[in-house]
Structure formats: structure tokens, C-alpha cells
Write a protein that binds this ligand. Structure first.
Ligand code: PMP
Length: 289
């Protein structure tokens, strides 16, 4: 494995960051998770765009332009020769003084890791997962806009712990007003009366790349897609429910807060969208090696 770290290509054992890095000390940094399918990097430009938007929001100046960053990621995939992979792209504030002052960090630290991915056991895609509503709420845009994909994932981790303690795989985070925002590492969708519904980013959803892809594919197969405010009622009474994410892809949800959703099995719309998603990711874009 060759990991890019601050201008060097290093073996796994050698790729280490400073204990003074503000990414470690304060969660001060941004990241992306990106997939490689059959040597094609899925929607790399969209991921890099989101990374730079997150960095802009944090006034973090990434020491590459967007095109250079895309090329760096392609180079990492080529060097690692993985046909199917998960890429973790991280930019931290870099090493500085112990205080939080970001201006003490002269140079952001850029990391690119190409590894394998396994978010959920394969069997769960056939059976579906359980979700619970977490007591931990989505952060408000008045403090940290949830569109920023930062290294501070504590609320997500707290919600994930809630899910695990309840015997579920994912947790729903509500926003400050009690509407559904998203899950700990995934966006949430419900199918109702032939329409596909998902929370708007203004309601606290991350602008997921998989979310955007699924919305596009739904339109292509003739489904209406809407972004209304959703509450738990909409999940409990849904015809189908699923979550989306780079790691999870599309994962059916068959139970929420102890209530079975519809017949408790992954539904036909989820299956259809999963099929077209898998076809797309293996054909879109050019192989990088
Ligand atoms: N919400 C959160 C909080 C996430 O961490 C992720 C995974 N990056 C998503 C949603 C899904 O986004 P994407 O489809 O871009 O992976």
C-alpha cells in the first residue's frame, strides 16, 4: 500500500501524522470517502468540489488546485493498482501550536489512502437493516453547517452508539426542529405512492454524492423526486425506506424504532434503483489504469 502524505508516498507503517496536527487535536479538517469501481473513480470531481466547499467554509486553504487534487487521487489509485477500492481523502489544518488558533498551522496536511471497503456485511443487502432515532440531534447551521464534511464526527459517533446499543445498524438524526436530517454516515430516502422523498440539505442532510446519483437515476426511471420535510411518521408509514452513502451504496431499511416498515422486506423500488446504480458506477467515467 502506498499512502500519500504531505508530498511523499509512504508504506502503511510509515504514514504517520504529527501529534501537534490540529486535525487530531481539534477535528480541524475536512475529508471525503470515494469509491473505485472496475478502475473507475466514481464522481471524483463532485467529491473534490464538496471537499473544497467544506474547506472554504473552514477557511482552510488546500495547497493544490481542484484539478491537481483530482490528479493526485488518480495517481494514488494507479500506484495502488486496486480495481475496486475505497479512497479516503483527508485535509487537516496541519501541525501547529497546542492552542486552537488555526493561524499557528502554517501548512495543511493532505492525505490520500486507497484501501478496501466493507461497511455492512453482504447479507444485510438482502435482508435490510434496522434503524433507530438517536437522541443526539443534527448540529444546527447556526453553529456548524451540516453541509461541511469535517473531521468532527462526534455527533455521528454518539448516534451510532445509540444504534448499536439498540441492536440497530444505523441511526436517524433529527434536526433542531424535529424533522429528519440524515443518518450517521448515510442519507435517508422513503418511497411513498411511487414518489421518492428525501430530506433537503436545508433540513440538515449532507449533500451526498450517492444521494444526488440516486435522485438522478430515479428521475431517469420516471419517478417523481421530492425533498419535503420528513418526520419519523413518514418512515414508519413508508412503502419502502433505504439509506445511501459512498460506503453503503443503497441499503434497504426494514425496521425503524421497533416498527416494521411495510412487509419488513426490501422493496421493488429499492431493488430497481440498486440495479441501475450498480450498472452506472461500473460504466460511468474512464478507467484510470
Ligand atoms: N451523511 C453523512 C453524515 C455522511 O458521512 C455521508 C458519507 N459521506 C453521507 C451522508 C453520504 O454521502 P455520500 O453519498 O457522498 O457518501
Amino acid at each position: 500500500m502506498q499512502i500519500y502524505l504531505d508530498g511523499a508516498w509512504l508504506a502503511r507503517e510509515e504514514a504517520k501524522v504529527s501529534v501537534f496536527d490540529h486535525g487530531l487535536l481539534y477535528g480541524d479538517g475536512v475529508f471525503e470517502g470515494i469509491r473505485v469501481y472496475d478502475r473507475r473513480i466514481f464522481r471524483l470531481e463532485a467529491h473534490v468540489e464538496r471537499l473544497y466547499d467544506s474547506a472554504l467554509a473552514l477557511a482552510l486553504e488546500i495547497p493544490h488546485d481542484r484539478a491537481g487534487m483530482c490528479e493526485l487521487v488518480r495517481e494514488a489509485v494507479r500506484r495502488n493498482r486496486r480495481e475496486n477500492a475505497y479512497i479516503r481523502l483527508v485535509v487537516t489544518r496541519g501541525a501547529g501550536e497546542l492552542g486552537i488558533d488555526p493561524s499557528s498551522c502554517p501548512r495543511p496536511c493532505v492525505i490520500v489512502i486507497v484501501d478496501q471497503v466493507r461497511v455492512y456485511p453482504a447479507g444485510l443487502y438482502a435482508s435490510g437493516i434496522k434503524v433507530v432515532t438517536s437522541a443526539t440531534r443534527q448540529v444546527s447551521h447556526e453553529s456548524v453547517d451540516p453541509r461541511i464534511k469535517s473531521l468532527n464526527y462526534l455527533k455521528n459517533i454518539l448516534a451510532k452508539i445509540d444504534a448499536q446499543r439498540a441492536g440497530a445498524q444505523e441511526a436517524i438524526l433529527l434536526n433542531q426542529a424535529g424533522f429528519i436530517a440524515e443518518c450517521t454516515a448515510d442519507n435517508l430516502f422513503v418511497v411513498r405512492g411511487g414518489r421518492l422523498l428525501t430530506p433537503a440539505v436545508q433540513d440538515g442532510a449532507l449533500g451526498g454524492i450517492t444521494r444526488a446519483t440516486v435522485m438522478q437515476l430515479a428521475g431517469e426511471i420516471g419517478m417523481a423526486v421530492e425533498e419535503p420535510r420528513l418526520t419519523r411518521f413518514d418512515v414508519y408509514t413508508a412503502g419502502e425506506c433505504f439509506v445511501t452513502g459512498t460506503g453503503a451504496e443503497l441499503m434497504p431499511v426494514v425496521e425503524a424504532d421497533g416498527r416494521r416498515i411495510a412487509d419488513g422486506k426490501p422493496g421493488p423500488t429499492t431493488r430497481r434503483l440498486t440495479e441501475v446504480f450498480h450498472a452506472l458506477v461500473r460504466t460511468e467515467g474512464e478507467p484510470v489504469f
